[in-house]
Ligand binder design. Sequence first.
Ligand code: E4P
Length: 224
Amino acid sequence: MKLFLDTGEVGQVQKAAELGILDGVTTNPTLIAKAGKGFRDTVLEICAALPGGAISAEVVATDYDEMLREAMEIASWHEQIVIKVPMIRDGVRLVSTLSDRGIRTNVTLVFSVTQALLAAKAGATYISNFVGRVDDIGGDGMEAVAATVEMIEAYGYASEVLVASVRHQQHMVQAIAAGAHVATLPFNVFEQMVKHPLTDLGLERFLADWRDAGLTIRSGTVAG
Ligand code: E4P
């Protein structure tokens, strides 16, 4: 499973990248606006912070011609960039065009398996299925993820199912169970993944026992 960070904050990307397990970053217009710097500069700094990673940057036009212009410009900035395209009619058309041109895409704001089918047929590299926003209104966001993974595998499409709008660890547990190919995580959820209270307790005990026995790595026991 690939792990992406969902952020516009370069510092968060640098910190997460230190672990050596980060595969990419997703941004969106809200996250870029929140980061408070220019779009191009932010995206390029994120590319530099994660060499080789897949960095999603989103078009903001909603008609085909303008979206295509934006996509071609954004794609020209850096080879790591994946063009993020909203799941609208002109967006599907744009993804078909970009696929023909060999440009990677991430179809965003996908909420149903039928939308996902259109994205897959258009040749999307990633299909971003939002779960938290569905849960927020009382639904079960993970249902569409499971159905989409099944659909992709049954028909052999090349698209990867990306679980987006992740809010907490339980979403990650469910995404893994559904066999999702990618998850994009807010920084706090990414950081929490390393933690378990029994790990902390266990380590505390190991270190206390070692200390009490007077052991050292080199000589076995502390002199005196
Ligand atoms: C995905 O690429 C989106 O940027 C993101 O996951 C949206 O999450 P939100 O519902 O927390 O805004």
